[in-house]
Design a protein around this ligand. Structure first.
Ligand code: AMP
Length: 282
């Protein structure tokens, strides 16, 4: 596995790979890797000749500067995991390497970007579109892998890819969970022992709500999820919305969509956790 920190070396490596007619798979990450990231890397390594992984904590997608400065950085450990998962090239650029100039691009990603995370984290998806579009230009992957844990992000990436006409397949991968159901996240390490003990109630409540779908309205299911979680000490739901899994627009009735997904953001103490669950999919 090669580790490169600058565009020039990345370019040289990939030029050779392309000349050798190798298919390139790509997984963008912000490091602090866990089994969720590893699942994307394993899949990319299996489905492509080259498996490129970027490790870059992208400042333009953080709307909270404390969140950015406290984001865990564990490159050495990450590289060990990546090598074991079949990654062939790690791209770990500095901020100057990625943004030699300020990126002033403003994306209009339409309705998918205006709800849920888009409505609550101003600039976040614009920053994601900035960094992923730069990375796509540099890596020119055939296939790029994203986790469904960040469910809305996948829709954002699809829209950005369509608008900028990148010739890349966007492949979404299932959420990887701890055995107690908690979705793996780099932020889980910030939970206190007590909060970590409580956090699986998020996935458990979403699972429980699946059964209610048969007898309750969309609004009743939303109310159930929010009130159940808000009753848990130290938990506060920021939003729970049930949306169409493609357009990200909220649905009012189960019959409004054949792909209904519930997306949640919950504060567990000071830690902002996200998760989602699919109610129906044709
Ligand atoms: P991040 O480093 O948080 O930007 O995540 C990099 C990629 O890993 C994104 O596509 C995430 O959606 C994905 N990812 C993060 N956590 C999980 C998880 N628990 N299961 C599956 N994919 C994940």
């Amino acid at each position: 596995m090669r580790i490169v920190e600058n565009r020039k070396e990345l370019h040289a490596y990939l030029a050779q790979a392309r000349a050798d007619k190798k298919q390139i798979g790509f997984v963008p990450t912000m490091g602090a890797l866990h089994k969720g990231h590893v699942s994307l890397v394993t899949r990319s390594a299996t489905e492509n000749d080259e498996c490129v992984v970027s490790v870059f904590v992208n400042p333009t997608q953080f709307n909270d500067k404390n969140d950015l400065s406290s984001y865990p950085r564990t490159l050495e450990q990450d590289c060990a995991l990546l090598e074991a998962a079949g990654c062939t090239l790690v791209f770990a650029p500095s901020e100057e390497e990625m943004y030699p100039e300020v990126d002033t691009r403003v994306f209009d990603l339409g309705p998918v970007a205006q709800v849920m995370e888009g409505a609550r984290r101003p600039g976040h998806f614009n920053g994601v579109a900035q960094v992923v579009s730069k990375l796509f230009e540099l890596v020119t992957p055939t296939n790029a892998y994203f986790g469904e844990k960040d469910f809305q992000q996948v829709a954002i990436i699809r829209e950005m890819t369509k608008q900028l006409k990148f010739d890349v397949n966007i492949i979404s991968c299932a959420i990887v969970r701890e055995t107690d159901g908690l979705a793996l996240s780099s932020r889980n390490t910030r939970l206190t022992a007590e909060q970590r003990h409580k956090a699986p109630v998020i996935a458990a409540t979403l699972n429980e709500s699946l059964q209610l779908k048969e007898t309750k309205s969309v609004q009743e299911v939303i109310d159930f999820v929010i009130s159940t979680l808000n009753n848990v000490d130290e938990m506060e739901v920021e939003y729970y919305e049930i949306v169409d899994g493609i357009s990200m627009q909220p649905i009012k009735a189960w019959s409004d969509s054949t792909y209904c997904v519930g997306c949640i953001t919950v504060y567990c103490g000071k830690v902002r956790l996200i998760d989602n669950i699919t109610y129906t999919r044709d």
